[in-house]
Design a binder for this molecule. Structure first.
Ligand code: SF4
Length: 337
């Protein structure tokens, strides 16, 4: 890889990152089953970027997001965080550095109803990370930070004294966003953050995230199963299947020229308003295999209509020398001419 200027240094880099969980052994003999939730993932997330991570349920996206926050165990590989002020080897943080990292890397939860304590006022919910992490030293300073981030998240300051039950789903999600951003993080994992909202509210919250991202210079890892949402906000997209990255590209390029059969099936399932496109969806047959017993070769071979012998024997590598990378033995011959 060519030498990078300081401004191009990625915020997050993973090298061969794997997350495995050992399950309880119910068998009399043999080793306990291992869930290979994430396997050999290499990604780079630039500062101030909106990086989308897509795939079906069970593809490993949430586990990858949590590993980047050091909230899932890192079995193999490396994660490096470098924001120009500090550089951390995330797999080997000591207690002090982990506490510091928590200020710089935050999570926005999926469910705005379950994420907020019903017994705390909005002010206290947003202020809690400041107090727990020891970021502010007086109530006045905490209140000023809470008001500042609440304003950015378009919350009415009069509402800070109210409890979450008084708010709609969209307002609650804005409270969750304010809580995640109050420590002024540089990196935020947004895990299906608009999935629980009505479609009419989703655009509102997405626009808010995009505005805040640009204003605060944040990098987002935006996890979603909904490619139309990803197309709306992300600069770059990675597609996951059974714990592996199968394709990554700048968003426009991925949507215009998808190379992997799995990506094409996901894209063709997006509802279209063009009557000519209706009925063209490539249905994804079958279920995603179990991560405790993945098939040999290409992990998508059990559902891929183009699978041939080599697909069942050899796992295709993701060649990331190009900005548009794909892991498929046959992608070139399968591209429409
Ligand atoms: Fe399909 Fe083979 Fe490509 Fe896998 S490697 S996506 S099975 S064609």
């Amino acid at each position: 890889m060519s030498e990078k200027k300081a401004s191009e240094t990625p915020l997050i880099v993973t090298k061969d990152l794997s997350v495995h969980y050992r399950l309880r052994n119910n068998k009399l003999f043999g080793p306990p089953p291992v869930v290979r939730a994430v396997e050999g993932v290499n990604i780079e997330i630039a500062p101030g970027s909106f990086f989308g991570l897509v795939g079906e349920s069970g593809s490993g996206k949430t586990t990858l997001g949590r590993a980047l926050l050091r909230a899932a165990p890192i079995s193999n590989g490396e994660i490096t965080y470098n924001d120009g002020e500090v550089e951390y080897d995330i797999a080997h943080l000591d207690k002090v550095d982990l506490k510091e990292y928590r200020k710089r890397a935050q999570l926005i939860f999926q469910d705005p109803y379950a994420a907020l304590s019903p017994r705390m006022t909005v002010r206290d919910i947003i202020a809690e990370p400041l107090e727990v992490m020891g970021i502010t030293s007086s109530r006045e300073e905490t209140d000023a930070r809470v008001r500042e981030i609440a304003t950015k998240c378009r919350l009415n300051l009069e509402h800070l004294r109210r409890f979450p039950h008084a708010f709609s789903g969209g307002q609650r999600q804005r409270i969750s966003i304010a809580r995640a951003l109050v420590s002024a993080p540089k990196f935020v994992v947004a895990d299906e953050s608009v999935a629980a909202l009505d479609v009419s509210i989703q655009a509102d919250v997405l626009n808010l995230l995009k505005e805040i991202q640009q204003e605060m210079g944040l990098a987002f890892l935006f996890i979603s199963h909904d490619l139309s949402v990803v197309a709306h906000v992300c600069d770059h997209v990675a597609v996951m299947y059974l714990g592996r990255l199968v394709e990554t590209a700048p968003t426009r390029e991925l949507f215009d020229n998808p190379r992997h059969p799995y990506t094409r099936a996901l894209l063709s399932a997006i509802p279209s308003i063009d009557p000519d496109d209706r009925g063209k969806a490539q249905k994804l047959e079958g279920e995603i295999p179990s991560p405790t017993n993945p098939p040999p070769g290409c992990k998508f071979n059990t559902r891929c209509p183009y699978a041939v012998d080599i697909c069942k024997q050899e796992e295709p590598k993701l060649d990331q020398s190009d900005d548009h990378a794909v892991a498929c033995h046959r992608w070139q011959e399968l591209m429409p001419s």
